[in-house]
Design a protein around this ligand. Sequence first.
Ligand code: NAD
Length: 248
Amino acid sequence: MLKDKVALVTGAGSGIGKEVALKYAAAGAKVIVSDIVEKGGNETVAEILATGGEAFFVKADTGKPEENELLVQKTIEKYGALHIACNNAGIGGPSAPAGEYPLDAWDKVISINLSGVFYGMRYQLPAILKSGGGNIVNMASILGKVGFAGSSAYVAAKHGVIGLTEASAVEYAAKGVRINAVGPGFIKTPLVESSMSQEAREALIALHPIGRLGESAEVAELVLWLSSDKASFVTGAYYNVDGGYLAR
Ligand code: NAD
């Protein structure tokens, strides 16, 4: 599905981003695996190489514009082009009502989860155009469509990612670049499971009519389809992959 394509994935050292990188590579793409944490990124690369795929790790903090610029430069140096980007890196942030939300945490969540996606696209788009076109998938969330108590910064950032996706999709549709957003429900990754009690887990499961949390691979399947030519008429779209969460 992605033969001869060069694809970049941020936050690819863990969870959903790792699965996206594995699926891109299995589909034939040369994959730039990027993460702020070297260990996870190197492990993803090692898994791809072990299965006969092609991948290279580049460390970058998506919350810093200059590191996004360098990431794209290194992609071009290594593989000579950029066709596909999945802007997936993100953090949860602390839980507190808006009237008590820590100011530094607000800035950090917005800078990684929203500005980070813009910084990524800011440098990816010119490179994709030079490479003859391609597509971008931005990782939003069901919380890009509805609220969630205690998560004002995360919810605001993810709503912003969907708006940014729509605005840029309109700008680039006629230039051969499709831009879409994906909204997972609660997925079994370190981001969700790191500090959760059994009680909290059961309360979250109850919000998903399908009766369980999702798997990273189930999200990556949708990202892969959106990144392939099978989705050739799909741009500016938001797809949730959420076990029915938003349908309630
Ligand atoms: P995760 O914690 O398993 O993985 C996130 C990865 O991003 C980690 O490897 C981390 O090192 C990296 N990262 C964090 N900050 C970074 C930065 N500044 N620069 C570069 N890399 C950075 O989390 P996940 O659950 O796989 O989440 C991936 C994306 O999916 C996030 O954008 C998250 O908001 C979104 N999402 C997750 C869920 C869920 O339930 N897990 C639901 C909806 C949306």
